[in-house]
Design a protein around this ligand. Structure first.
Ligand SMILES: *Cc1c(COP(=O)(O)O)cnc(C)c1O
Length: 399
């Protein structure tokens, strides 16, 4: 028998006494009700769970702005929900147009290729938004059955602002529209039914301000008919939408649902319904606009131009001669605020998703950023930045 491992320390010796303020590109802070729900374990097939599931579906319909009867939770990260959309709707030979802005939209293309889809990638130039004209041209060239696109590309902070028009163009071409709304859902408008979207994907730990690892997906009736007609067998068992439907719509067993995570998601959705979407969108718009204005007033520049800039994740150029890593480390060690770097770009990213969009978090984060930038050698006017943050928040007006 192997001996038990030596030198394992309990969590309280690994974790700080007070959690760091999570202001990166996710996971984001969770409300205390979400955390409390996440600490419970209940019977995954009992009456209480069945009520919870019904309410999760009802509240999700509001959040997705959809009458979809195929909204399901997924035990897995946002990427598992992406994979669930792809592996059910794409089979060997399915022609897929993948609109690529960056890391996450490439992931959808890669997933479609892995299940045998014939993928053409439409690459959107850096810091540009997907262009409806280019998509129209690409769809006119070949018969595509599925189009994948991200609403907000978290990796480079670009917003595909023409999504409604793009979805309409795809529909005209008889193409199913798969939208990754992981960082955007419930932070900005996403109207699944009105825009004619066929699959919407989200994760827990971003816009919804729930825990990581439990996600949501919604299919339109059109998408459901398409996947029911597929000929190729499903290689994925856990992600098979028709099997998942047994749990989500037929009160039966698929796999043991992540009950704690679903209870957490229930509370996160309930808080969204209580706040209402219009008020939540206003809060995110105002907080992100105030943060952006404060960062610029401090003397820093933002990565994405205003016309394509995502509110949910703000990208900040690292000034010449400054180490972005050193800034992040200083922010964590001294100010106890965590933000993100980027995959391959010399930018820092601050999230504005769910609980991150609160005035008190913004002041602490902006101060930590300015002070740490200064320490790292950047020329920063910290008081000007904080004053501008205050001014925009108090005015209540986002430009
Ligand atoms: C974070 C993110 C994902 C992936 O979510 P995971 O939970 O990390 O798998 C996918 N798409 C977008 C737009 C994201 O921001």
């Amino acid at each position: 028998m192997h001996p038990p491992p030596a030198a394992i320390v309990p969590l309280d010796r690994i974790l700080p006494d007070e959690p760091l303020l999570m202001m990166g590109a996710g996971p984001v802070p969770i409300p205390s009700r979400v955390a409390a729900a996440n600490s419970l374990v209940i019977n995954h097939l009992g009456d209480a769970m069945s009520k919870v599931v019904e309410q999760v579906k009802t509240m999700s319909r509001y959040v997705f702005q959809s009458e979809s009867r195929r909204i399901m939770g997924v035990a897995g990260p946002g990427s598992a929900a992406m994979e669930m959309a792809i592996c059910n709707l794409v089979e060997p030979g399915t022609r897929v147009l993948s609109v690529r802005n960056g890391l996450f939209s490439s992931r959808l293309a890669e997933m479609a290729g892995r299940v045998g889809g014939e993928v053409s990638v439409l690459a959107v130039p850096a810091v540009e938004t997907a262009d409806p004209g280019a998509i129209h041209a690409a769809l006119s060239q070949g018969r595509h059955e599925v189009m994948t696109i991200v609403q907000g590309e978290t990796s480079n902070t670009v917003w595909n602002r023409h999504l409604p028009e793009i979805a309409a163009i795809a529909r005209e071409h008889g193409c199913l529209v798969v939208v990754d709304a992981v960082c955007t859902l419930s932070t900005m408008p996403m109207q699944m039914d009105a825009w004619g979207v066929d699959a919407v994907i989200t994760g827990g730990q971003k816009g919804l301000s729930s825990i990581p690892g439990v996600s949501l997906i919604a299919f339109s009736e059109r998408a459901w008919e398409h996947l029911e007609k597929r000929r190729a067998p499903m290689a994925h068992w856990c992600l098979d939408a028709r099997l998942a439907d047994r749990f989500w719509n037929q009160k039966s067993y698929h796999y043991t649902a992540p009950v704690s995570g679903l209870l957490a998601l229930h509370e996160a959705l309930r808080l969204i319904c209580e706040e209402t979407l219009p008020a939540r969108f206003r809060r995110h718009r105002l907080c992100s606009a105030a943060l952006q204005a404060g960062i610029e007033a401090m003397g820093l520049t933002l990565y994405a131009p205003p016309a394509v800039r995502l509110d949910s994740v703000v990208g900040i150029n690292v000034p010449a001669g400054v180490s972005g890593e050193a800034v992040r480390r200083h922010m964590s060690d001294v100010h106890r605020v965590e933000i993100s770097g980027a995959f391959g770009l010399d930018i820092l990213r601050i999230g504005q998703m769910g609980e991150q969009s609160r005035a008190h978090h913004l002041f602490r984060t902006l101060h930590a950023l300015g002070s740490s930038m200064k320490t790292a050698g950047a020329r920063i006017d910290l008081p000007a930045g904080v004053a501008e943050l205050e001014r925009v928040l108090v005015s209540g007006q986002a430009a």
